[in-house]
Design a protein around this ligand. Structure first.
Ligand SMILES: Cc1cc2nc3c(=O)[nH]c(=O)nc-3n(C[C@H](O)[C@H](O)[C@H](O)COP(=O)(O)OP(=O)(O)OC[C@H]3O[C@@H](n4cnc5c(N)ncnc54)[C@H](O)[C@@H]3O)c2cc1C
Length: 501
């Protein structure tokens, strides 16, 4: 068993211990959405939560704010807590690979989605509110501003991002201090901490195990396939050594549980494809037997285009400082944050970065090999749509105003030194050349095209996807809060569904 402090639920890295066992629910991916989902389902059902990465507990790269950003620098192919990938656009990016998922490596900003996003999603507003509050009572904190964050706050106000809204978890126009998953002692609380709110006797966490595919059986007379279990391997073991775990199958099939993919915007479409669900031609290229031709798996991939300015003129050795203050500008279309980010083990840069909240450009994800541990091929088509390019110009103008603010000059002890772009043409060129990620990528298993409004995969039984891959558009604000909420929300919905069976 893995070290887990005083935690009561069972956690192991021994794949053989789990092989052959059956559970009411199998949640694939112990990330931002998967942990609250597993915790909630465990209130009544046995749950296997299977995660390809290791434990976050006791790892300073994850839990200690002083090491914020270091986990993004130290990536390797199969075991580091962050896995790097480069999209086909040539932009380098990161995904979480640890219990807690990307909530264990991210900037920690916690901000609820607006009510219009919730309404458009068709969610029950009261259950959403309760689910947000459930998360917030456990892992969300009001930050005390660091000197650089206080400077960011003043510079955003000087740049005209008004009004000043003080501390707020809501997504409101202007400048606000946001919630954070770092507590007052600088300790990060990941989604894994939410497992403590479940029933420990019914949760089994299998770490260091990568799911290769879903096991399907044909049901009854119909030709419909039903998920029956999963195939998995030791994450750093041989891909030829495969194990299986199953869903319990009580006599009454109406009380069967589900395999639920919560493997993130890259992981969930990848597992569907590896399991034979997706566009036929992509599966044929890799000789994967077709279970269901579902053309939209991997479609609609989006990443919010970002541009950033370096505020300091050269690398220094400051303490890393994740964002605490957010500017929400241009009628919610632009989000701005500042941070101090390590660029090597002893050098940092001070940055202010802005993202396009609702990009129009979309791309796609495809398999490029059949190893579930490797990244699939993904293209986001950053700024391909002219509207995104024009929004990027506005972001550039806004960042220029922030960089030239008196607050930043005061913090640095001098005027901003770096050359700023000013004309539309210069900024367009700058955007095209320097577009990068804000790490808020999503899509690939969108509601309405791959999963239905209950997050069940179309055309098969016993299989759902619940995570960032299901977003057909960005929540506008930082997505973590809404994904934590979504795990809890869908868990509650499933429990309620089962009550009526
Ligand atoms: C560097 C960075 C900074 C960010 N900053 C912020 C921020 O400050 N605020 C904010 O709101 N958002 C932020 N985000 C975005 C946010 O963290 C993500 O959108 C969100 O965490 C995604 O949640 P998810 O549940 O969809 O996926 P994840 O949390 O990534 O979870 C997916 C899990 O599935 C596991 N998995 C994948 N494939 C398999 C497999 N085959 N078998 C077993 N397990 C598998 C992964 O290891 C991972 O643990 C940031 C993201 C990054 C990367």
């Amino acid at each position: 068993a893995e070290p887990q402090g005083s935690r009561l639920w069972y956690m192991t890295s021994d794949v053989k211990e789990i092989a052959g066992k059956s559970y009411d629910y199998i949640v694939v991916g112990g990330g931002t959405t998967g942990c609250p989902l597993a915790a909630t389902l465990s209130q009544r059902f046995s749950v296997l939560l299977i995660e390809r990465g290791r434990s976050p507990y006791g790892n300073p790269l994850i839990v200690d704010k002083n090491y914020y950003g270091f986990s993004l620098l130290q990536t390797d192919k199969y075991t580091s807590v962050a896995q790097s990938f480069t999209s086909e656009d040539g932009v380098s990016n990161i995904r979480g690979r640890v219990l807690g998922g990307s909530s264990a490596i991210n900037g920690g900003i916690y901000s609820r989605a607006r009510v219009d996003f919730v309404r458009k999603a068709g969610w029950d507003e009261e259950v959403v509110r309760d689910a947000y509050k459930w998360v917030e009572s456990k892992i969300v904190f009001q930050p005390e501003l660091t000197p650089w964050q206080a400077t960011t706050e003043f510079s955003l106000l000087e740049a005209g991002i008004l009004p000043y809204n003080g501390f707020s978890l809501e997504h409101i126009q202007g400048t606000k201090i946001s919630g954070s998953v770092f507590d007052e002692c600088g300790k990060r609380h990941t989604s894994a901490d939410l497992l403590e709110a479940g029933n420990p006797k019914r949760i089994t966490v299998l770490l260091d195990a990568t799911v290769k595919s879903i096991i399907f059986h044909n049901t009854g007379n119909s030709n419909r396939s039903r998920a029956h279990g999963i195939r998995f391997m030791q994450s750093n073991g041989s891909s030829y050594e495969t194990h299986e775990a199953y869903l319990k199958q009580p006599k009454d099939s109406s009380s069967w549980g589900d395999v639920i993919l919560a493997a993130g915007a890259l992981g969930s479409p990848q597992i569907l494809l590896l399991s034979g669900i997706g566009p036929q031609n992509n599966l044929q290229n890799f000789n994967i037997p077709l279970v269901l031709h579902l053309k939209d798996v991997g479609k609609g991939m989006q990443d919010n285009p970002c541009i950033a300015i370096l505020v300091d003129s050269k690398p220094q050795n400051r303490s890393p400082d994740p964002p605490q203050v957010v500017g929400i500008a241009d009628d919610f279309k632009i989000i701005v944050e500042g941070g101090i980010i390590p660029i090597s083990l002893n050098k940092t840069r001070i940055t202010v970065a802005a993202k396009i909240a609702f990009p129009a450009s979309k791309g796609q994800l495809e398999l490029n090999n059949t190893d579930p541990r490797q990244n699939p091929a993904v293209k986001f088509n950053y700024l391909a749509d002219e509207k995104d390019l024009e929004e990027c110009v506005k972001m550039g103008q806004l960042l220029n105003r922030v960089a030239k603010s008196k607050s930043i000059a005061f913090f640095l002890g001098m005027e901003h030194q770096n050359k700023l772009m000013s004309t539309g043409d210069e900024l367009r060129k700058f955007c095209r050349k320097n577009v990068r990620t804000y790490y808020h990528y999503h899509g690939g298993c969108a509601v309405g095209s791959v999963v239905d409004k209950d997050y069940r995969v179309y055309g098969v039984d016993g299989l759902r996807v619940i995570d960032g891959s299901t977003f057909s558009e960005s929540p506008g604000t930082n997505p973590m809060a809404t994904l934590l909420m979504l795990g809890r929300y869908q868990g509650i919905k499933i429990l309620r569904e089962r009550e009526t069976v």
